[in-house]
Design a protein around this ligand. Sequence first.
Ligand code: SF4
Length: 75
Amino acid sequence: MKGHKVSVDRELCYGSAECVHRAPAVFAFVDGFGAVRPGHEEAGDAPEVLEAAEKCPSQAISIAVTDAPSSPDRP
Ligand code: SF4
């Protein structure tokens, strides 16, 4: 099973906070930038996270497919 690691590139993010509104369980607003909440780095396969990545106006959100398993509560 593959994992889906989500991350925010602070160099690209300009702090629109749209990701926080779309997926508040995964993204937080920290020091004026979007950030992945600790413990949610592998939530990149959640629909709301995929949507947040697609709709990020600066394309600062990346989802990398890894060999690590997805969140244990997801099939
Ligand atoms: S939606 Fe994109 S630009 Fe806006 S805070 Fe999130 S990562 Fe940053």
